[in-house]
Design a protein around this ligand. Structure first.
Ligand code: HEC
Ligand code: HEC
Ligand code: HEC
Ligand code: HEC
Ligand code: HEC
Length: 485
């Protein structure tokens, strides 16, 4: 882990040189199109079809910093502080990629895609048109807090879902007006700020505002988490009976992962001190917002968030070795079948940044003497997954005649490959095995399913010989003894 810290510290070195002319990019970036407009019958009452907010529409000084909220909402603050959303701007991986894209973007389309990045990673910075100033080191403290309390709780309405479809209506903190906090309660009274019930906040459509990302220019699906959820059995067609993002991600606590394969427990208590007027609730919505990221959370010193991410990954799927259709025979080719079930995630596995994340099967078959009879999914000497492995991920392409695969999102045009496991669905994998004539039975089959935040080759490409080894996490494993005829 120490290597990784050193590596990311290197990436944090300022790259002001890239800033040249960046401010003017916004001139070519004058749309932010939501990907989904929901039918009225299922849309929350505060989703409306108006124009999306654009840079210049909301001054960043109007937002309160999270320390202000901490005064009364201490435990919610502590939970949020360790999350990736609290770090969505200072996240060194985000910054490294963002800076590289700025340096490499050439065409107007590529630039308009890069101008979009800050819309979700620092909404207040984007709406204040602060992005050019960032590179002169002038981004405000509030903007550096990324997706802070006052971003989510100033969401008065949305213009649909996807591509940052929020309408933010903060007070004006710079003038001592703390505005209205939009939230899930209709009986909430605070001495500090006004409160207003927002149907949007208790629905997956709220998270969908940012968790569906389409390319700014061609709308190609870059991240599809909301769409995956909305089309899954977790969305029943009736918002009241659906399992929303919040039901899994805002019910996790340090001792319970809260996934589709576990219960979704209540955390009873108070959202603020009772003396301030807070009421005892059966469940206080938790703000850990844990996903799969245990690498950056570790790097940023949030050990608890990192451990909770591993707890989540361990409760996302089930892997099984199926019974043999035909027995394996010495000196013959045979088939081994595996089933991977998405039993815990409300979206595809993996989801989010799937052209970067890796999930794969490492299968090993050994004979009674401990000799390896078959192996698939091992890492090669460079740390990459061997090419014949079963890997769950997407690959983006640049289009054109060559249709080359690319990690350079601004130039991406199409999804070339998509092999992932749908929510409550499964994937069947068949392995063809040549059993050596001298193998001794019975055979032992070990199957691990692994998760890594990014391919080793991508990290190597960024860093050359100083590249660290990214950790691999085992999400699930199974072992089985099978007879050999
Ligand atoms: C002086 C104390 C105090 C401060 C500071 C404070 N709040 Fe509150 N807040 C409360 C109390 C009390 C409640 C009511 C809790 C309840 O209903 O049980 C509340 C309720 C809320 C709710 C629920 C609203 C609803 O209708 O569902 C939200 C959201 C909220 N606060 C956000 C914030 C944010 C964001 C900040 C920082 C900008 C903040 N609060 C600062 C005391 C405070
Ligand atoms: C519409 C909202 C939105 C926009 C626009 C957006 N992102 Fe993101 N980004 C997200 C979300 C949501 C995630 C979390 C997904 C996940 O972790 O799998 C994310 C995650 C990432 C990560 C992963 C960080 C890590 O630590 O693993 C990187 C890197 C990233 N984004 C870079 C960018 C860049 C560069 C751009 C502009 C080209 C961009 N994003 C534009 C919403 C957005
Ligand atoms: C990513 C968006 C997001 C961020 C960031 C966020 N919240 Fe929330 N918060 C929500 C949502 C959504 C709910 C309601 C969940 C539901 O009803 O399903 C909520 C609920 C609340 C409630 C009501 C809790 C209850 O159960 O009565 C309070 C109070 C609150 N948030 C305060 C804060 C404070 C303070 C911060 C910053 C430390 C913060 N929130 C950060 C999205 C957010
Ligand atoms: C304003 C935009 C925005 C909203 C609204 C939003 N998110 Fe996020 N979320 C992001 C971005 C950007 C990231 C990526 C941060 C990073 O990795 O640098 C992220 C990261 C996450 C992660 C961590 C992913 C990982 O790889 O570990 C989880 C979990 C998450 N969000 C859940 C939610 C849930 C649940 C909601 C709704 C209650 C929500 N988000 C609403 C923008 C948003
Ligand atoms: C049934 C429970 C469940 C629901 C509903 C659910 N999730 Fe998840 N989510 C999980 C589990 C389990 C993981 C860990 C596995 C993984 O990382 O893919 C996860 C991971 C994530 C990640 C991290 C992906 C990565 O590895 O980079 C993000 C981001 C996320 N969820 C956002 C959302 C959003 C947004 C919604 C609603 C549109 C949602 N989730 C609904 C269970 C759920």
């Amino acid at each position: 882990m120490r290597n990784i810290v050193a590596f990311f510290c290197m990436l944090l070195t300022p790259c002001y040189a890239f800033a040249a002319g960046f401010e003017s990019w916004h001139e070519h970036h004058d749309t932010a199109t939501p990907i989904w407009v929901l039918p009225k019958a299922t849309a929350p009452e505060n989703m409306r079809w108006t124009k999306a907010q654009m840079p210049g529409d909301v001054a960043s000084k109007r937002f309160s910093g999270p320390e202000v909220c901490r005064g009364c909402h201490g435990s919610i603050y502590d939970q949020w502080k360790g999350s990736m959303m609290a770090n969505s701007w200072i996240d060194p991986v985000f910054l490294a990629v963002y800076k590289k894209y700025i340096a490499d973007a050439r065409t107007e389309t590529e630039k308009s895609e890069v101008a979009m990045c800050s819309r979700c990673h620092t909404p207040s910075g984007y709406l204040d048109n602060n992005m050019g100033r960032y590179f002169q080191g002038e981004l405000s403290e509030t903007d550096r807090h990324g997706i802070s309390c006052d971003i989510c709780h100033s969401v008065e309405a949305s213009v649909g879902t996807g591509n940052g479809a929020f309408i933010l209506n903060p007070g004006d903190a710079s003038n001592g007006n703390f505005g209205t906090k939009f939230g899930p309660r209709s009986d909430s009274v605070s001495p500090f700020h006004a409160t207003r019930y927002s149907e949007l906040h208790s629905r997956g459509d709220f998270c969908g505002m940012c968790h569906d990302v389409g390319h700014a220019h061609n709308l190609m699906a870059v991240e599809n988490t909301y769409t995956e959820w909305r089309r899954s059995p977790y969305y029943t067609g009736d918002p009241k009976t659906s399992t929303h993002c919040q039901d899994c991600h805002m019910r996790q606590n340090p001792t319970h992962p809260a996934t589709g394969s576990t219960t979704l427990p209540d955390s009873p208590g108070f959202a603020a001190p009772e003396g301030m007027g807070a009421k005892k609730r059966d469940h206080i919505w938790q703000h850990y917002f844990i996903g799969g990221n245990f690498v950056v959370t570790t790097l940023l010193g949030n050990k608890e968030a990192a451990r909770m991410a591993q707890d989540r990954l361990e409760h996302a799927l089930t892997i099984q070795i199926l019974d043999q259709e035909k027995p394996l025979k010495k000196g013959r080719a045979g088939t081994l079948r595996l089933k991977v079930i998405n039993s815990g995630a409300g979206h595809y596995l993996p989801t989010g940044l799937t052209f970067v994340r890796e999930m794969w099967i490492h299968l090993q078959v050994k004979d009674a003497g401990g000799n390896t009879v078959f192996e698939s999914g091992a890492l090669d000497a460079k740390g990459d997954i061997e090419p014949n492995a079963v890997v769950y991920k997407t690959v983006l392409g640049e289009g054109g005649e060559e249709r080359s695969p690319t990690f350079f999102l601004p130039a991406a045009f199409e999804v070339l490959y998509d092999k992932r496991i749908p929510p409550k669905g499964y994937s069947l994998e068949k392995y063809h095995i040549e059993v050596p004539a001298d193998a001794r039975g019975p055979l032992t089959v070990h199957a691990n399913i692994n998760y890594r935040s990014a391919p080793q080759s991508l990290i190597n490409e960024l860093l050359g010989k100083d590249a660290p080894v990214l950790p691999v996490f085992t999400m699930g494993k199974v072992e089985k003894t099978i007879a050999l005829d």
